[in-house]
Design a protein around this ligand. Structure first.
Ligand code: G6P
Ligand code: MG
Length: 217
């Protein structure tokens, strides 16, 4: 039956992962510890609050609740400085074409992101009107790998999980898609994302040919 697509945002539609990393790294350094790109993999796809917990854990730092709220705000302000400079040229390779193709084929698609900045980012990229539904960090109570975000997206697209294809770059996201009973496509290192149904090195490998195969009924 008819397929539907759910796209993660950060690291799939746009490379905001590098800005998240810069902002978290600065925070870690300010607190007196280092934070590597490898460790950053653990933060991908994970909510802001959970990311901070993981980061503080890595640094072995304990902070009172008010201080955590304060530094999360600082992190987001720093992050937003990058985001508000972004334009369509930062859409990851091939993704604009994929979205336009799905639109043309009347295949429904949703965003399924943990970010509370998702709408702002899609506006910056001038992509927001293409989406049939948007489910983001403001709509969910449970962070990936909980499947909640993708299950809500399926519902909004008026389809069932087994018809959904999820595009993800995060371990937590691939896991969430699998738990939801959806087809998962992992973008990035295939050893890191070894639980995905399909692995692609980068978005440029998500070709129109592959989309055609995926939507065959
Ligand atoms: C995405 C990113 C995470 C980020 C989370 C929350 O899932 O991959 O790295 O922490 O969204 O984003 P936000 O924009 O709400 O801080
Ligand atoms: Mg992501």
């Amino acid at each position: 039956s008819k397929k539907a697509f759910i796209f993660d945002l950060d690291g799939v539609i746009v490379d905001t992962a590098k800005y998240h990393y810069k902002a978290w790294k600065k925070l870690a350094n300010d607190l007196g510890f280092d934070f590597t790109e490898e460790q950053n993999e653990l933060l991908k796809g994970v909510s802001r609050v959970r990311s901070l917990e993981i980061l503080l854990n890595i640094g072995g730092v304990n902070l009172p609740e008010e201080e955590k709220i304060k530094i999360m705000q600082d992190k987001n302000e720093h992050y937003l400085q990058y985001i508000t400079q972004m334009g369509q040229d930062e859409i990851l390779e091939g993704m604009h074409e994929v979205l336009l193709y799905l639109k043309e084929q009347t295949i429904p698609f949703s965003l399924g992101s943990a970010s509370k900045n998702a709408r702002l980012i899609l506006n910056q990229l001038e992509l927001i009107d293409l989406f049939d539904a948007i489910v983001d960090g403001n709509d969910v109570s449970k962070a990936k790998p909980d499947p909640e975000v993708f299950l809500i997206a399926a519902e909004k697209l008026k389809t069932t999980p087994e018809n959904c294809v999820v595009i993800e770059d995060a371990i937590a996201g691939v896991e969430a898609a699998n738990i939801a009973g959806m087809v998962s496509i992992g973008i990035g290192d295939k050893n890191t994302l070894n639980e995905a149904d399909f692995n692609l090195n980068s978005t440029s490998e998500l070709t129109i040919e592959m989309i055609k195969e995926l939507i065959k009924e």
